[in-house]
Design a binder for this molecule. Structure first.
Ligand SMILES: Nc1ncnc2c1ncn2[C@@H]1O[C@H](COP(=O)(O)OP(=O)(O)OP(=O)(O)O)[C@@H](O)[C@H]1O
Ligand SMILES: [Mg+2]
Length: 361
């Protein structure tokens, strides 16, 4: 693999900032580190950049151990949340800075700065100072400054954090476009779940310094490895079930109220085990799935419906104090007639849409 992190750990006094993290990134990949505040995202980025030393483990980039290299010799492009542009330098000088440090000739500096500014769509802004630019434009200058050195890896630590929602969405598209144009291996840090899922080839989910899972957006959303990942990546029904029978590919288990549920078997599960199962709200429906898709059913009473334009969340009470949340599309609502409080209803979800979760300390 192009970039390998192997068993990295880091403590600050009694705080474990990074707890035995290993992961690999392929050349050209766009990977996002996602996790709540304090989960260790910036610390890992700083280790790759060379600003923080790990207590143990090692980092390999392009086949080379880089632990002993100072930051400026690692040839990485870095953008931090606060952009840290030099306020007294023009856009041109800001972007040229890394090239000047590397003693690149004046002519080549001019050519590469022009290319970088064109990539971030800021040609014509060369003579401006940072305080004469909008937030989004400053962000692009920071990006141009990072890519102009043709880095081995681009490290972006919450680069869109200071932007308003609309600008943020524009910059997300812009970042992906730049990534596609340059093909540069990119690590992007965010604590915004939606941003991580829409932008990335793969997402690494961190909590308390541990890597919980790394996978494609679809994979981590639909097949989360732990209850933390399931809960952190959107609305989730986390069902506590008692296993009644284990067949080859199917587990039969009971909800607290006695409803029998089938779940695709994974890992080692035995009769009488307690398991935790994820079902996303959008898989639960007021209608049976089309065709002969095998499904689970639960009889519920509607507690509340909250509308969201394109659909509605239905809070449902099942037998034995089991609460379910279902996302019902606007179309389904229209066909079904408006559901009302107290209404009895049967809900359905495909057996294949249930995932057994493991727990982490
Ligand atoms: N220099 C330091 N001294 C002491 N503790 C630190 C230091 N740097 C980080 N930490 C601690 O390490 C943990 C991980 O911090 P880190 O900055 O990596 O989190 P993060 O995931 O980037 O969070 P955020 O989303 O808030 O930026 C936190 O508990 C933090 O308080
Ligand atoms: Mg951080």
């Amino acid at each position: 693999m192009y970039l390998e992190l192997n068993h990295l750990s880091k403590r600050y006094d009694n705080v474990v900032a990074i707890d035995d993290v290993s992961l690999s990134i392929a050349q050209g990949e766009f990977v996002t580190f996602l996790g709540p505040s304090g989960s260790g995202k910036s610390t890992i980025l700083r280790m790759i950049a060379g600003f923080t030393r790990s207590d143990s483990g090692y980092i390999k980039l392009n086949g080379e151990l880089i632990q002993e290299k100072p930051p400026y010799k690692r040839n990485l492009g870095i953008v931090f949340q606060d952009y840290s542009l030099f306020p007294h330098m023009t856009v041109q000088q800001n972007v040229a800075f890394g090239l000047r440090m590397r003693k690149v000739s004046k002519e080549e500096q001019a050519r590469r700065v022009a290319d970088a500014l064109e990539t971030v769509r800021l040609s014509g802004y060369e003579k401006r100072l940072p305080n004469q630019l909008s937030g989004g434009q400053r962000q692009r200058v920071a990006l141009a400054r990072a890519i102009v050195i043709e880095p081995l890896v681009l490290l972006l630590d919450e680069p869109l954090g200071a932007l308003d929602r609309k600008l943020r969405e524009e910059m997300q598209i812009e970042l992906r476009r730049i990534h596609e144009a340059l093909g540069v291996t990119t690590i992007f840090v965010t604590h915004d779940q939606e941003e991580a899922l829409t932008m990335s080839d793969r997402v690494a989910i961190l909590s308390g310094g541990q890597l919980h899972q790394m996978g494609t957006p679809y994979g981590v959303y639909e097949r989360p490895a732990t209850d933390f990942v399931a809960d952190f990546l959107g609305r989730a029904n986390l069902l506590q079930l008692a296993v009644v029978a284990c067949e080859d590919s199917l587990i039969k288990a009971k909800l607290p109220g006695g409803s029998l549920i089938s779940v695709p078997a994974i890992g080692e599960v035995a009769t009488q085990d307690d398991i935790q199962v994820l079902v996303r709200p959008e898989h639960i429906s007021f209608y049976p799935p089309a065709g002969d898709t095998p499904c689970n059913t639960v009889e519920c009473a509607v507690e509340r419906i909250s509308y969201h334009g394109s659909g509605a969340y239905a809070i449902l009470n099942g037998p034995g104090d089991v609460q379910l949340i279902a996302y019902i599309s606007a179309r389904e609502l229209a066909e079904h007639g408006e559901a009302h409080q107290g209404q009895r209803i049967t809900v359905y979800w495909p057996i294949s849409a249930s995932t057994i979760l493991s727990r982490r300390a």
